[in-house]
Structures are given as C-alpha cells and as structure tokens.
Write a protein that binds this ligand. Structure first.
Ligand code: GLY
Length: 401
C-alpha cells in the first residue's frame, strides 16, 4: 500500500515537472495572433489600407498617415513577424509600412521619428527591403528642418494652427521628442553624415538641461525663444498640471535617454535614465502592479485612470536598461509589468476590444481624447518588450541591431 502511494506520488511529481509551463511570451503571442489578425482583416477590408489607432463606441478608429500614431500598427506587425517567424505578419507589415511612404517628406511636426522608424526601421532591420534606408534618410532630412540652432533643439509643434496656436508658444519642445532621435542616429550610420547625430546630441543635451526637475521628473513642454535660445516657459499639454509628472512623459524620458546611451555610450545619458527609473519606482503613487496612473500627481489617485501605454513603454525601456547595466531589478520590474499587462485586468479577452491587445490607456485627458481605451502604441511597446525579454532569456542583447 505504502509503495503504491509512493509510486503515485512520484508520478504526480514527475507530471508536475513535465507539464508544459505557461510561457508568458508564448501566451501573449498566441493571444496577439487572434487579436491582430482580426485587426489586419478589418484594416485591409476597404479599397485602401487603413491605420487602426483605437476602438471607441464599438468602432475601430482609423487615422490618416500624417497622424503621430500612424507607424505603430505597421511596427506591431513587424514585431509579430519577429516573434513568430511567420511570413503572414511580414506581408501585412509591409503593406502597412508602405502606405506611409509620403511621410518621409513631412515637415510640419516632429513625430516622424516615431512614424517612420517603427515602421520602415523595423522593416529594414528584419527584411532589409530595398529603398527603406532612403526613406529613413529622407525622414531625417525632413526632421532636421525643425532644428533651431540658437536653442539647440528640434521644435516639436508648429504654433500657427490648432490648439497649439492658443498657448503663446514660440518653439515648444515636448519630452516625447526624445523618441525621434533614434532615427537621426540611424541616418548618420547609413550616410556617414554626422549632422543628424549632432542634432540628436544637441537636442538631448538641451532636454537634459531644461526639461528636468530636481527629482528627475520632467515637464511636458519647454518653450524656447528660437532667436535667442532662452527658455520662455515650462508647462504641460497632456498632464494634470504644469508642475506635475505626466506618466507617459516620464516613460518617454526613460526610454529616450536609454536610447541615447545606446548610440553614444556617454555615461551621462545612462545616469539620467537610471535617475528617471528611480523617480518612477520610488514614487509613492506608483501602484503595486506597476501600471501607472495617467499622471503621478493627479489628486484623484487612486480614483482615476491608469495608463497602460506608459507601463508598456517603461517595460520595454527597462529591458534595454537591464542589458546595459546587468541590474536585475530592472528586469524584475519589467517582468512584473508584463505579468500585470497579461492579466485580464489589462489584456482584452479574445474577440473583444476591436482586435487591440491591451485595454485602459489614456491619450490626453486635458483634450478629452482617447480616455481609457486601447491605443495602438500600447500594443506596439508591449510586443517590443516581449521581443526584448525573449532576447534576454535566450542570452542575447535585448535590442537586436
Ligand atoms: N506624443 C504624444 C503622446 O505621447 O501622447
């Protein structure tokens, strides 16, 4: 009797050890396949390829090619190709990339780095497609037209139309602009022309000097005088208040200075990224599950919105930071964010959410736009984070060149 019990116990132990463990990367990829396939089908159902940005009132919202979020869906499909090796995703990624062809000549806002590097940049890296390098270089030229040499920065927004025209700014620069610099470094690498990298370094240095507070949180907007280079003011556009810490701005700040260290090897950028990480994770308003409220200083916390997009951006940046420092706490925190985002609290049930993966992001509360909805960039940075996590766990560098 006793030996039968021991035998059964041994079998149970073996069965537990041999049972397939749920791999969080694979689980997310399996889920994303279902969700994104339906989004691909919907976005390609008409006469032209459309760009899905969010899901509102039961409808997928599509954006024009010149919208700042236009490159994220293409990039998401490229990451699906990277995660699965399935040519289906490359084929559709290519379609969604090439609808953005004209953006290489866009000069009226700064977001072309996001738009073109997430789409053409990933396509070039993964498939080395003819012509993609030229698109990246042309985009860098377009972005460089916004460089204001006296202030040493790339102007983010024009001030002659829209809501930006009502703020009295001359040369507004938002912390988000750090995300456009990767494309400039790549353009220098492709052409040998150091102008682009020099613009990136100048912009980053001015941002380090003028955007930060003593606790390493950042203002959202710094307005410069483009004639004298003087700072005219510091304020917010998408945060709770001028002196508050808008969550996505802090996420862009962490990610942006991590990328600066990747391209320059200059320790001051790494130090800045680590200070931003300290701000984030020592903040008493950072929730236990590491999915930030939309603004760290919103007085309504905990009765206000989370911003899942910020969590996804932070996770992706932390994996790269871990690769640079070997500091295990960065990976632990990123892994914790991935666990949170993979839970039903934030990840949509299959067949819901318009095909987007994640729920509960915030576009801009002050503008009343995209509040507590899926956003295509939350999905993009989630998949990027999963690629990086997978690389680390295979013993590779998190960011593949
Ligand atoms: N760049 C705009 C945003 O983060 O909402």
């Amino acid at each position: 009797m006793k030996s039968r019990f021991l035998c059964a116990l041994a079998l149970a132990v073996i069965a537990t050890q041999c049972a397939p463990r749920t791999d969080i990367i694979q689980d997310n990829v399996d889920n994303a396949k279902v969700q994104l396939k339906s989004l691909v089908e919907a976005s390609e159902a008409g006469d032209t390829v459309r760009i899905p940005s969010t899901f509102k009132d039961g409808e997928i919202v599509y954006v024009p090619t010149d919208d700042w979020v236009s490159g994220f869906f293409a990039g998401t499909l490229w990451y699906m190709y990277e995660l699965t090796g399935d040519e289906y995703w490359a084929e559709h990624a290519r379609k969604h990339t090439e609808v953005l062809d004209s953006i290489q000549y866009l000069t009226w806002h700064h977001d072309v780095g996001f738009m073109i590097y997430d789409s053409y940049g990933n396509g070039l890296r993964l498939k080395n497609i003819d012509g993609y390098k030229d698109v990246i270089v042309n985009t860098a030229k377009s972005l460089s037209t916004r460089f204001r040499p006296k202030a040493g920065v790339i102007q983010s927004w024009n001030v002659d139309r829209g809501w930006q025209a009502e703020r009295g700014w001359k040369c507004p620069v938002i912390i988000d602009n750090m995300m456009n610099l990767e494309l400039l470094f790549k353009a220098t690498e492709f052409t040998g022309d150091s102008t682009y990298a020099k613009i990136a370094v100048s912009h980053a240095d001015q941002t380090m000097k003028n955007h930060y507070r003593p606790d390493y949180s950042t203002y959202h907007v710094v307005d410069y005088d483009p004639e004298t280079g003087e700072v005219r003011g510091r304020c917010t556009a998408q945060g709770y208040a001028d002196d508050s810490a808008w969550a996505r701005g802090q996420a862009w700040s962490l990610y942006g200075f991590t990328v600066m260290y990747r391209f320059t090897g200059d320790a001051k950028y790494l130090e800045r990224a680590e200070k931003v990480a300290e701000f984030l994770f020592n903040n008493p308003n950072m929730p236990e599950d590491l999915v930030p409220y939309w603004d760290f200083d919103c007085p309504d916390i905990p009765d206000t919105y989370r911003d899942v997009s910020s969590a996804a951006i932070i996770a992706s940046a932390l994996y790269e930071l871990y690769g640079m420092t070997d500091n295990g706490s960065y990976k632990e925190k990123a892994d914790k964010i991935i666990v949170s985002l993979s839970s039903p609290a934030y990840r949509a049930a299959q067949g819901t959410n318009g095909g987007f993966i994640l729920m509960h992001s915030v576009g801009s509360i002050p503008h009343g736009s995209s509040i507590d909805v899926p956003l295509n960039y939350a999905d993009y940075y989630l998949l990027e984070a999963l690629v990086r996590k997978g690389n680390i766990e295979k013993g590779l560098a998190p960011v593949a060149e």
